[in-house]
Design a protein around this ligand. Structure first.
Ligand SMILES: [Ca+2]
Length: 294
């Protein structure tokens, strides 16, 4: 790795809910130079603390502090290869009020690029099947909770190791609502492909949703800059078995990098817990589909 700039900016406030940890400029290898490219790094963070890894402001992955030293790899999607980027490591607050300081540490070391067969060449969305969780790969998905001062542990978003719940493989994404006016969500990035001669770009995924009495579940595409301006959005209805969904994307967005968000949004009284309602999402992929505009 070619390192040109380290900016010592520990805990520099950017926005009320985030802290900048550090920045380094890197030149990522091309796929021809280093196939199956992954960024490898060693870190140690306070248990429960999270650090987002971003390339030129585009989220790449999330490191989870456990209190012990870990070495992990983050797959580089195709758009992140063969160019110069500024990597940011951002340490977020965890929804704790200003009167209750969120004290935590995060140490990073030994950044390098390596080849890992789990990091597929040409991928426009990394690890949509979540199977990287069974290795030393850090998934490109990252997770947030807006608990609205609730401590209900059933309000949760994570990857589960459960072959019986997964559509394929061992791992599946679960987002779960359990209280009014709280929400959880998982994000990742995707690059919009060029349309084929008779098929337009789309996001394809499968979901299973046993009950949605008090939670609104959605899968949305958003601009990277906002994370809130929906470009395309699908609300998920109850589905006892895995159901295939195709989210068409305007082909004028070909080449753009978008945010993909899976959300569980609790409805109703903010002080009322309800029976946990999970959604399971698996096998997410970027495709072209002949049912989409091209
Ligand atoms: Ca899976």
């Amino acid at each position: 790795m070619s390192e040109t700039t380290w900016i010592a900016a520990p805990l520099l406030p950017l926005l009320p809910e985030m802290m900048l940890l550090s920045i380094v400029t890197v030149f990522t290898p091309t796929t021809a130079d280093l196939p199956n490219t992954a960024l490898e790094l060693t870190y140690q963070g306070t248990s429960g603390a999270q650090v987002d890894v971003l390339l030129d402001g585009i989220p790449l992955g999330q490191l989870q502090g456990t209190g012990v030293v870990k070495t992990e790899r983050i797959c580089l999607p195709e758009w992140a290869r063969g160019s110069e980027f500024r990597i940011k490591f951002v340490l977020f607050n965890r929804g704790i009020t200003c009167a209750n300081p969120d004290v935590r540490d995060f140490y990073l070391d030994d950044l390098t690029f390596v080849s890992d067969t789990l990091c597929l060449d040409g991928a426009q969305l990394v690890d949509g099947g979540f199977e990287g969780y069974g290795s030393d790969i850090t998934s490109s998905f990252w997770f947030r909770k807006n608990l609205n001062n609730s401590t209900n542990p059933n309000i949760d978003v994570r990857v589960l190791n459960s072959p019986s719940l997964a559509r394929s493989g061992n791992y599946v994404l679960r987002a779960q609502g359990a209280r009014g006016c709280t929400d959880v969500y998982a994000n990742t990035t995707m690059q919009v492909p060029a349309p084929a001669s008779d098929a337009g770009p789309a996001l394809r995924y499968f979901y299973q949703l046993p009950a949605a009495a008090s939670t609104i579940f959605s899968v949305c595409l958003q601009t990277i800059a906002s994370f809130v301006t929906d470009i395309e959005c699908q609300t998920l209805s109850e589905a006892a078995d895995y159901t295939e969904m195709t989210l068409c994307i305007d082909p004028v967005l070909s080449g753009r990098t978008l945010n993909v968000q899976v959300m569980a949004d609790g409805e109703g009284n903010c002080s009322t817990d309800y029976i946990p309602e999970p959604v399971y999402v698996d096998d997410m992929a970027v495709v072209t589909d002949d049912g989409c505009p091209y």
